[in-house]
Design a protein around this ligand. Structure first.
Ligand SMILES: [Zn+2]
Length: 251
């Protein structure tokens, strides 16, 4: 499966869906990151951000495409949509990750809106959360328990931001993943708003993982009972298992 993730600035993609991209890579999907600007107006020179982004993409195992748009002034225009169109075609994207559109940063909003226009023929489009989001109501979650460390490692490549931008806070990123994981009945998750997502209901991998999760939960429950720890609710109901799984199988 060919996956395209779009971000306005270096580090946006890693913040929003780095864990999911690592899972795509792990199952053999081809992942491409399109970064619209070099973030040259941030608290550092653009050269460092280019190198940081290249290192982060390499750590994820993704190819990297630069958009070449001016930081702070990505136009919401036909030209931007046409450019993203061309990238979708070039990489044969089947799944698209992009910004959510409710955000204080004009580049994030423009990227979100232009991406959605360009993705008009795709049937799997997921929008991730940024620290500057003003509203975010996810309905799809990706289990990133196995990739949260890799996501933090990729983010750490953006050293200029980790050290100088209070919005890039690795501790907060991990806490956020834990929060969304709790919402989705798993340990760590990334969350997505979904303009459009076709669910293959025959999903064998999802079914297998769910059985495995149930088996693990049963083993853990037995251990806890041996140790005298009360599990589940007061009626003895088992803990819920993950139900939202994306990226674990190929179409
Ligand atoms: Zn950004």
């Amino acid at each position: 499966m060919n996956v395209l993730a779009i971000g306005a600035h270096p580090d946006d993609i890693e913040l929003g869906c780095g864990g999911a991209l690592l899972r795509h890579v792990a199952v053999g999907d081809k992942v491409t990151m399109l970064v619209m600007t070099t973030g040259e107006r941030g608290p550092q020179d653009s050269v460092s951000r280019v190198l940081e982004q290249e290192n982060a993409a390499a750590r994820i195992g993704a190819e990297l495409i630069w958009g070449g748009f001016p930081d702070g002034a990505i136009p919401h225009s036909r030209e931007t949509v046409t450019f993203i169109d061309s990238v979708i075609d070039a990489v044969g994207a089947q799944v698209l990750y992009t910004h959510g559109q409710h955000d204080t940063h004009q580049d994030h909003v423009a990227t979100a809106l232009c991406s959605l226009s360009a993705a008009r023929r795709l049937n799997r489009v997921l929008c991730y959360q940024s620290p500057s989001a003003t509203a975010f109501n996810p309905v799809v979650y990706v289990d990133v328990e196995e990739t949260i460390k890799g996501k933090l490692d990729a983010l750490a490549c953006h050293r200029s931001q980790v050290e100088r931008c209070e919005l890039v806070d690795l501790e907060a990123v991990e806490a956020g993943a834990r929060f969304w994981g709790h919402q989705a009945r798993m340990r760590y998750a990334e969350a997505f708003e979904v303009p459009r997502f076709v669910w293959d209901i025959t999903g064998g991998e999802a079914a297998v993982r769910r059985v495995e999760s149930s088996a693990v939960a049963a083993d853990e429950r037995a251990d806890r009972q041996r140790l005298g720890v009360i599990d589940g609710d007061q009626n003895g109901a088992p803990r819920p298992v993950p139900v939202y799984l994306v990226g674990g199988r190929r179409p």
